[in-house]
Each structure stands twice: as structure tokens, then as C-alpha cells.
Design a protein around this ligand. Sequence first.
Ligand code: DX5
Ligand code: ZN
Length: 215
Amino acid sequence: MSYKIAPSVLSADFGNLQRDIEMINNSEADWFHIDIMDGVFVPNISFGFSVLAPLKKHATKPLDVHLMIVNPDQYITRFAEAGAAVLSVHIEACNHLHRSIQAIKGAGMKAGVAVNPHTSVLNLEDVAGDMDLVCLMSVNPGFGGQSFIDNTYRKIEQLKNMQARLGVAFDIEIDGGVTLHNYKKLIDTGATVLVAGNTVFGSANPSATISALKQ
Ligand code: DX5
Ligand code: ZN
């Protein structure tokens, strides 16, 4: 079973950002996961375009950008210009999700839809054939280093059933609380992309931890 690992830059050392970017470049990681928080949609502020620019400059792997912001439609073109390969918007922040997905794809990116722990994935059924990725939040968004919410396994199963029933395909990305203890079960259940922040950057050897997550 092939799957991707996307280390979350949120947990990197921003005083040594180039070093941490190069660690990811030289590791077995597949994508850079980049969390954009506006302090309104979530109770935290991360970073914006001024940090994304050097990230794009040095990163040699695709940028998987996760927007935790209100009015994401307003910034779709800017994130395309900033070099995002995948752009995920929250279903809870979009009044016209179908339109947002089309706009992301129209700007040349893969379209992801992120869902909070309390949101049923069944709400995605009518855009299942349009989106490229579902970002399943397995913690309440806003912070790295939180504990994994077990109900996520059930949501992966529901998405797998939806794919089989409708004959559609999209990546199932797990975001939050991924560890060396639960990553195997997540892959066995049907996840295809694992985000890992604290597990990677909180370890003594981040590159070796990424390799361990790929075993
Ligand atoms: C949470 C972010 C996650 C976070 C994951 O709001 O969306 O991407 O960085 O961090 P860990 O892996 O530490 O839970
Ligand atoms: Zn994220």
C-alpha cells in the first residue's frame, strides 16, 4: 500500500527554517504540509505569504497548504502564485464549496476539503467526484501536538464506502496526532496521506522518524 508522509512545518524551528526545509528535502517525506491560521477560524495565528515565499524557494517537494481561515476564496489565486500544489479549504468556512473547489482547480492546484472532528464526512457526498483530497482533522485545528481523536477511523471507513459506492477517487489525508503508534492502523484503514508535526520535529532524529513512518 503506497502512501505519502507530509511533515507539518508548523512544528519546525522557525529560527532554523532553511535547515528544517532541507531536512525534509533530503528525507523520505513526500510533501510539505503548511498550516495557515488566521486567528479567526481557529484560535491561533501561524504565518502567511512572507514565510511561504522562502518555503517555496527552498522546498524541492510539493507544498500541501491547509487553510484554516475564513473567506478562503479571497486568497485562492494568491496561494496558487505562492506555489501551492494542493490547497485545502475547510467545509465549515465555505458557503459555496463546489465553487471553491472549481476555483482551486481552475488556478492549477489540487483541491482539498478539510473537515473538523464534529463535521460528518457524509456532507462531502455531493462534491466527492470533484475534490482531489479530503483532509480529515483528527484533532481540533489550531495547534500541533494534540492527541488523536479515535472517531477518525470510522470517518476513514465512511469515506472508503463513499468512494466505492460512487466510483470516485480522492486522497484521504489524516491531520493531527499521527504517531509511530497509530500510523499503521491509519494506513490499514485507508488513509493515503499522513501529516506529522510533533512526531517528526519533537523526535531526536526527524529524518529517521520520517523513514520510520514510511515503513
Ligand atoms: C493542526 C494542524 C496540523 C498540525 C499537526 O491545526 O492542521 O497540521 O500541524 O500537528 P501534530 O502532528 O503535531 O498533531
Ligand atoms: Zn494541517
